[in-house]
Design a binder for this molecule. Structure first.
Ligand code: NAD
Ligand code: UDX
Length: 463
């Protein structure tokens, strides 16, 4: 089957960048990204590519090149579905906040809405691709909805999970470690898989395109995220032991990472992992394991989350303890609010939880993040519902100048590893702070000995 038109439902952190790269690499295919959120679509269509809603290095140039040529952003979901041969579903699948599985299971209501809309609109055969991260066997539910509510046309369901990481999305998409496509072993299933393989083969070497059955593909995504997050919780667990024993977690990570069986990546101790994926996907995995009665499997993976929560808590506890057991009315400057560098995404960022703890202790937080707005910071805190919005607003402020954020502060906490923090004039910052001036480096980013030479009391994670 020759593919000339595809669409993607969901213009978020995955749908937007993924489709932009497909459009750039496949000029012969018309790619339409649709979303219910009109404001988001308007931002994707903003004349000035600097104003697209997602900050990712290199993304503006790709959108600038393909938009209006073969890349389109629209709110007309029905039209895009009707026209396309392949429909990607890339909507959000957050943790459920209500009912059965609350706080654990993935909320599939947006997925089901998409399936019902596709069924209603489609007048010819379609390939429906799960791009969102989904519980294993979701394709069964999608197929049932499509076949029972559709117009008698044929649907093939493929699972094609996305492995990009934020901050490096464009590089990850241009040069993926692998593309995973799960589909049925039937004749029609094989044809659908091949159609999607052919799209990726425009720029991805074929030996990196892996095809499996649908269930393996769905479960591989949850498994990959669980393994990655587990490495961070493992090194963070060791960071606490390092602090007690005089070992240095950076040295330990280097020493074990040189073992080729372990590998050096994803061994950076930190204030705890954030982001929209790791916690959500592990909770989902735990829920699935429990639903099959696999309690030991569930407990094993749940420990990754328990350790991560502990790491965030212990970071804020340490600040309070070190500042003579009280931060009441003390200004604490936060460098960074995003969950990692090079993104404006703040979902599940450790900064939110550390701020919440410190505000409980009556601290005044002053945030500087190069890409996160004051409104986003307040929204993130308000979402926790720990206190009123007015109380949050009077406890936290944000600055567009890092030096102002740090002025008169008792302590600085580094929550995100933005490169620019390294290059600051730390003497100037020191001179403007209360003494003793503390730095709590939640990312082991700064040069400790240099800061100590200036006069700072410097504490890193795991040493
Ligand atoms: P997101 O919240 O940024 O984007 C999802 C978009 O879908 C939103 O703009 C929302 O308005 C839209 N949407 C929801 N229901 C809709 C509907 N019925 N019709 C049209 N639009 C609808 O989410 P995201 O970060 O892009 O994640 C999407 C999926 O990809 C999730 O399942 C996530 O787990 C997975 N994933 C995310 C990442 C990541 O780094 N963010 C990486 C890999 C996989
Ligand atoms: C993750 C997966 O890496 C990606 O493959 C998947 O598609 C989506 O989820 P993402 O959450 O965007 O990507 O970023 P990632 O680089 O994995 O970082 C997640 C969190 O872990 C961040 O808060 C990061 O700072 C933290 N981290 C990462 C560490 O604390 N230490 C590390 O060694 C690596």
């Amino acid at each position: 089957m020759k593919i000339t038109k595809i669409c993607c439902i969901g213009a978020g952190y995955v749908g937007g960048p993924t489709m932009a790269v497909i459009a750039q690499k496949c000029p012969q295919i018309q790619v339409t990204v649709v979303d219910l959120n009109a404001e988001r679509i308007a931002a994707w269509n903003d004349e000035n590519v600097n104003n697209i809603p997602i900050y990712e290095p290199g993304l503006d140039a790709i959108v600038g090149e393909a938009r209006g040529r073969n890349l389109f952003f629209s709110t007309d979901v029905d039209k895009a579905i009707a026209e396309s041969q392949i429909i990607f579903i890339s909507v959000n699948t957050p943790t459920k906040t209500y009912g059965k599985g609350k706080g654990m299971a993935a909320d599939l209501k947006y997925i089901e809405l998409c399936a019902r809309q596709i069924a209603r609109v489609a007048k010819d055969n379609k390939i429906v691709v799960e791009k969102s991260t989904l519980p294993v066997r979701t394709a069964e539910a999608i197929k049932s909805i499509l076949d029972n509510t559709g117009n008698g046309v044929q649907f093939q369901i493929l699972s094609n999970p996305e492995f990009l990481a934020e901050g490096t999305a464009v590089q990850d998409l241009l040069n993926p470690d692998r593309i995973l496509i799960g589909g049925d072993a039937t004749e029609e299933g094989r044809k659908a898989i091949q159609a999607l393989v052919d799209v990726y083969a425009n720029w991805v070497p074929e030996d990196k395109i892996l095809t499996t059955n649908v269930w393996s593909s769905e479960l591989s995504k949850l498994t990959a995220n669980a393994f990655l997050a587990q490495r961070i919780s493992s090194i963070n667990a060791m960071s606490e032991l390092c602090e007690k024993t005089g070992a240095d977690v950076n040295e330990v990570a280097k020493a074990i990472g040189m073992d080729s069986r372990i590998g050096s990546k994803f061994l950076k101790a930190s204030v705890g992992f954030g982001g929209s994926c790791f916690q959500k996907d592990i909770l989902n995995l735990v829920y699935i394991a429990k639903s099959y009665g696999l309690n030991e499997v569930a407990d094993y993976w749940e420990q990754v989350i328990i350790m991560n929560d502990h790491q965030k808590k212990r970071f804020s506890n340490n600040i309070v303890q070190t500042l003579y057991n009280t931060v009441s009315d003390k200004k604490i400057a936060f460098l960074g609010w995003a969950f990692k560098k090079d993104t404006n995404d703040t979902r599940e960022s450790a900064a939110i939880y550390v701020a919440d703890d410190l505000i409980n202790e009556h601290a005044k937080i002053a945030v500087y993040d190069p890409k996160v707005s004051n409104k986003k910071i307040l929204d993130d805190l308000n979402y926790l519902e720990t206190r009123t919005a007015a109380n949050n607003a009077s406890s936290i402020s944000s600055f567009t100048d890092p030096y102002e954020a740090c002025q008169n502060a008792h302590a600085i906490a580094v929550l995100t590893e933005w490169d620019e923090f390294i290059t600051y004039d730390w003497q100037k910052i020191y001179d403007s702070m209360q003494k003793p001036a503390f730095v709590f480096d939640g990312r082991n980013l700064l040069n400790g000995p240099n800061l100590e030479a200036i006069g700072f009391v410097y504490q890193a994670v795991g040493s």
